[in-house]
Design a protein around this ligand. Structure first.
Ligand SMILES: Cc1cc2nc3c(=O)[nH]c(=O)nc-3n(C[C@H](O)[C@H](O)[C@H](O)COP(=O)(O)OP(=O)(O)OC[C@H]3O[C@@H](n4cnc5c(N)ncnc54)[C@H](O)[C@@H]3O)c2cc1C
Length: 408
């Protein structure tokens, strides 16, 4: 199919789990290389390695590893494809404790634009291996991923502290203090959203501090949560032992298949009163089956990976903000896209270098060409361009946040 696309000059979409919000998993008037049927996962328990085919979802991997007490760090919605997630980065409930999905990639098999089969790892084709960890689908089709898995206590301690709008400022200030010295076994994510009726929290938007504590010492985790509770007593909460596959799919209902979507993101390190006020300025506008906000607390194992070790854009920011919209009615496109843009603009004064490509929606017009440069920052982008020149000089793989090759 790669040769056909090249010869016919047809645009080629490479599709794994089909969850690209920018729509890169499909194309009109072109060819779609749909890998969605290739969902095999093989666990090597002894070496804690997991081999994953390119159409596997996060649920496929979690289901395969759980019986061995193992987990690969993945994302938080279980129907997402591993392929796109890992190639862009992969943030979720194990990011602080274990790094990105991409940080746990040991090796990948890649088919290049010319049909060459390459193995990429730290030892073999290391430049390509660098680019696969954050550079998206720019360099070839990955036919197999091998990830390192971690031992996971069973059960894990997980939970949600839930706050009504009048307590958001208190909660965010307490969260800011709490995250100054958290042990990295604690993986928290703040979400501001409206929940559908089955969650039984009412119609108002809520701020949720969700967390996974991945040490077997549940008492220590509970003591940490008590510290946060003492500073910001939640209006509602649900905290306790969780089965990993259940936890990993607990939020699936919030993102129904067939939705329209758009999102923007920013990394930042300050979470002081000025930043909290900026966040609260747009947070109350979130709507159910419309818009929401997530703040991932990073640092920990994620932050220890040297900046130059992978193509992922920025390891130093303490927080990563994702402003998103999911909706069904095309008549809502303009309003909900505008919300994400406006909220992102309000946070821009505090943003640091880099954007996470997997949390970027489709852009049109002149912004498109700039997207990847802005996402990676000029230095990393330059290195990615050199890699692109080497592995895909004709830009066969261009339906992605594209690294545009520059002919020598
Ligand atoms: C509901 C929802 C929840 C999400 N939650 C998270 C989250 O918790 N954490 C997180 O980090 N991200 C999350 N994401 C973002 C997700 O990581 C990206 O959208 C990712 O690209 C999805 O991968 P996919 O394989 O499903 O997508 P696809 O649409 O199939 O592919 C996306 C991109 O990857 C490329 N690609 C896919 N397969 C291959 C392959 N085998 N070889 C080379 N290139 C390939 C495609 O060309 C395309 O550019 C979420 C997305 C959605 C829609």
């Amino acid at each position: 199919m790669l040769a056909t696309a090249r010869r016919a000059g047809l645009p080629l979409a490479v599709r794994g789990g089909g969850h690209s919000i920018a729509g890169h998993g499909t194309v009109d008037d072109g060819l779609v290389l749909d890998l969605g049927e290739l969902r095999g996962v093989v666990v090597d328990e002894e070496n804690q390695l997991v081999r994953v085919e390119p159409g596997a979802t996060l649920a496929d991997v979690d289901r395969a590893t759980e019986p061995y007490g193992l987990a690969v760090p993945l994302g938080v919605i279980s129907q997402t494809g591993v392929a796109g997630l890992a190639l862009g980065g992969g943030v979720g409930w194990l990011t602080r404790s274990d790094g990105l999905t991409a940080d746990n990639l040991e090796a990948a098999d890649v088919v290049t634009a010319t049909g060459e089969h390459l193995h990429a790892s730290a030892a073999e084709n290391p430049a390509l291996f660098w680019g696969l960890r954050g550079g998206g689908g720019n360099f070839g089709v990955v036919s197999s991923f091998t990830f390192r898995a971690r031992k996971l206590p069973a059960p894990v301690l997980g939970g949600n502290l839930i706050y009504r709008p009048q307590n958001w400022s208190t909660a965010l200030n307490a969260f800011a203090r709490w995250t100054q010295d958290l042990p990295e076994e604690m993986n928290p994510i703040v979400s501001i959203l409206r929940l559908p009726p089955e969650f039984e929290v009412g119609d108002d938007p809520v701020l949720v501090i969700g967390f996974s504590w991945v040490s077997p010492d549940h008492d220590a985790g509970t003591a940490l949560v008590d510290r946060l509770r003492a500073e910001a007593p939640p209006d509602l909460e649900e905290v306790g032992p969780v089965v990993w596959t259940g936890w990993q799919s607990a939020m699936d209902a919030l993102f129904p298949k067939g939705s329209r979507g758009y999102w923007k993101n920013a990394s930042f390190s300050r979470l002081d009163e000025e930043v909290i006020q900026a966040l609260l300025g747009f947070a109350s506008e979130v709507t159910w089956y419309g818009t929401g906000i997530d703040i991932h607390h990073m640092a920990g194992a994620f932050g220890r990976v040297p900046e130059e070790a992978t193509a992922f854009p920025n390891r130093s920011s303490r927080y990563w903000l994702n402003i998103y919209g999911f909706w069904r009615d095309p008549a809502e496109d303009a309003r909900l896209t505008a919300f994400a843009r406006r909220a992102h603009a309000a946070m821009e004064p505090f943003a640091e270098t880099g954007q996470y490509v997997n949390f970027l929606g489709a852009e049109h017009g002149p912004v498109t060409a700039e997207t990847a440069r802005l996402a990676y920052g000029p230095d990393k982008h330059q290195r990615l361009v050199e890699l692109k020149n080497r592995y895909d000089p004709d830009n066969l793989f261009r339906l992605n946040h594209n690294i545009v090759p520059v002919p020598a």
